[in-house]
Design a protein around this ligand. Structure first.
Ligand code: AMP
Ligand code: TRP
Length: 327
């Protein structure tokens, strides 16, 4: 059976891009493949963080994943730090990756653009290697992610192939799965850049748990362009195309076909706002209910980690033996 693995960071507040580009796919995949989903708390300490906030957000992210529809009886949901094999394998892979290839990672360049490389945590630099370990530990075939993770998936494949070439067949070489529509939800105020936890302004991003009246308002105020033609053309018309992508995802349609139904931006915005509100409403209701019982979520994470350890340990040992460690 195909094995699916994905990870999501418990940093910042989860926005529509995270939900549409990644989480929504997890929910579908869990019913078709053997799936593991991981709250990657170790990745969250690669930038400045507050320990108390990290604790809260790890539980919040797990709660949200259950609220969007992950079923801990169907998939394996766990916290990365609960499975020591992730960091153990990461070291073996750090000694497989080269300095030069990590240097080329766009995310590292972006995140150090303002503060400079000098002050960046070493973990921020080696972050993609830990991500590769996450994936390779579970003999993963398919990794559902948004478009911004493409380069990290490529690195994971390169590391798996290099390791297999040097030390003999050890890892399954995974493929990224990036949805055709919604893999890159754009900032509502600056549609040339992606909606981002850290870089988007409050008006530019919609949070999954945001008040629904505010969600509708932000979408109705989304920046479009000076023309008036409704057409799906992400390069030339990023704002309008972003609205069409949101509408398509929320209603199950095709962005280009939906465009033909509209002559003006106003009705497109109104319909998109309503569709997104209806997409988020059940998630928020379920989240409110789950939040009343944090013990239930914590217990689900504990069970998930037990299962993850069982799967990860033999793969870690396989890699250790291949690399020459006594076992
Ligand atoms: P992060 O917030 O970086 O932990 O991302 C969690 C998941 O959401 C990853 O699979 C990302 O690729 C995806 N993602 C983040 N931002 C967007 C966006 N603007 N559009 C679509 N997917 C996104
Ligand atoms: N780097 C990913 C992000 O920022 C999160 C992540 C960590 C991940 N480990 C992973 C995604 C493994 C997929 C598979 O979104």
């Amino acid at each position: 059976m195909t094995r699916v693995f994905s990870g999501i960071q418990p940093t910042g507040e989860t926005h529509l891009g995270n939900y549409i580009g990644a989480m929504r796919q997890y929910v579908v995949d869990q019913h078709h493949h053997e799936s593991l989903y991981c709250v990657v708390d170790l990745h969250a300490v690669t930038v400045e963080h507050d320990p108390e906030v990290l604790r809260e957000r790890t539980l919040q992210m797990a709660t949200l994943l259950l609220a969007v529809g992950l079923d801990p009886e169907v998939c394996t949901l766990f916290a990365q730090s609960h499975v020591p094999a992730h960091t153990q394998l990461a070291w073996l892979l750090e000694c497989t990756a080269s300095f030069g290839e990590l240097r080329r990672m766009t995310q590292f360049k972006e995140k150090t653009a303002t503060g400079g490389e000098g002050a960046a945590r070493v973990g921020l630099f080696t972050y993609p290697v830990l991500m590769a370990a996450d994936i390779l530990l579970y003999d993963t075939d398919r990794v559902p992610v948004g478009d911004d993770q493409r380069q990290h998936i490529e690195l994971t494949r390169d590391l798996a192939e290099r390791f297999n070439g040097r030390y003999g067949p050890t890892f399954t070489v995974p493929s990224g799965f990036i949805p055709e529509v919604g893999a890159r939800i754009m900032d509502l105020q600056d549609p040339a850049t992606k909606m981002s936890k850290s870089r988007s302004s409050p008006q530019g991003k919609v949070l999954v748990l945001e008040d629904l009246a505010s969600v509708a308002k932000k979408i109705k105020r989304a920046v479009t362009d000076a023309e008036s033609e409704v057409r799906y053309d992400p390069a030339a018309k990023p704002g309008v195309s972003n609205l069409l992508s949101l509408l398509a995802v929320a209603t199950g349609g095709e962005p280009a076909a939906l465009a033909e139904r509209y002559e003006q931006y106003g009705p497109l915005k109104a319909d998109t706002a309503e569709a997104v509100v209806e997409l988020l409403r059940p998630v928020q209701e379920c989240h409110a209910e789950l939040s009343r019982d944090p013990g239930h979520v914590a217990a689900a994470l504990t069970r998930g980690a037990e299962r993850a350890v069982e799967l990860a340990q033999p793969v870690l040992e396989r890699a250790q033996r291949a690399m020459g460690f006594l076992r």
